[in-house]
Design a protein. Sequence first.
Length: 461
Amino acid sequence: MSTGNFASDKFTPLVGYWCLPNGHLNDDDRHILTDLYLPILGIEAFSLYLLLWEKVPNKELVTQRKPHADLLGLLGIDLRRFYEARIKAEALGLIRTFEKKDDLGPYYVYQLIEPLSPDEFFKDDLMSIFLYEQVGEKKYHLLADKYSHSDLVLKNSQEITKDFLEVFQLSNNDLINTPSEVKNTQNSFQTQPSKKNPSLNEKKMEPLDWELITDRLQQSYRISSDNVLENQELILNLHAFYGLDEMTLINLIGKTCNIVTNKIDPTRLKKSAQDRFEKNVNISVKKQALEEVSSPKEDENASTKNWNRAEQQILQQAKTMTPADFLAAQKQKSGGFTGTVESRALRNMAMKSYLPVSVLNIMVYYILQNSPTLTLPLMETMANDWQQNKVQTAEQALQRINDFQTKPRNPKRHFNNNKNRKVEQATDWSKVKAKVPQNQNTQKNQTNLQDRLKRLRNKDN
């Protein structure tokens, strides 16, 4: 995900914006947004998307556009948080952003896309998996039940619906030769772009051997190649999110498939992959994953001469281990364990695909050096910083940490010379309490005081 727009000087609160609707946002869409999109978007991105719909122009001209400062004031956020909220909506296919410039200066055009229908949402592997991660199994099934529609009532029925020409009459001439006025009007309406579903960049992932997967599933579980093709996107997403190789995917699919129809069961497969992930982060790490890396390989592009042995070992593990295994290894070293919240925080960050796996592992290493557990807010803060500073490799991430740790922390300035400073010696109160009065007249004074008190009492009597 690029941060070029935010880093550029062109994107300031004074830059204008213009909203271009694609369709209409009705009440049903708002319910879908609240139930299905809000857990993924977060409150700021959710509020921004709805606010932009309210800012769709009525009769205004583009030259009357407002600055981004108006949006920032209404949302109560700064430009950085605005940008982070906007790109979340972009990633979920709700907003398309365009840069443009005219005589008044540069401005942004926000094309607003309607949310997916519930059927489209739950059939989309990327969206449904991420929603499952955010809300948990129980809430996920409640939402699925809320929006599912059964066609069983139509069984053994006969459709008697009339079509258009059975009800409405048109002249044969108009049917054959469309009137010119109708043609001209049709041409004025542009074909709207289709809704864009979030997608993964396959070039950035390890390729899968689809021939091996298909052959093994056919031989062992009688799952057809057509059924594998239908679920190809789901398999690819599980491979990317959980770091599953071909044999692991084959075993998971075989254990969760429908043995009656010999077809892949997407719901059971997703749950099984998540359960496996949560289990793996708490198992004992293999010894070779914890042993010191002997003679680390030289990196052709970046020399390892600047790293000490411990840093070389961390870099080697970060490059060769999945986030789940790396987290388990770090926890094993410290004698701790991985909790459910911690596991979910790592999974959320990995699913957002902000950073390469090796960079994410270095982030885990740094956080666990300073805190007993992982927290999503801190991970997001570091991810934003690293992405804006174009951190793309494990070496760059480790160097970023070292630079931060060695950065001066605004040391206090001392204006007085220490040689001229007068230091008052503090009182040792323990010694004072230990001292016993040595006054020789103390006993005599006490006797006189008692005699005076006796005389006063006798006088009163």
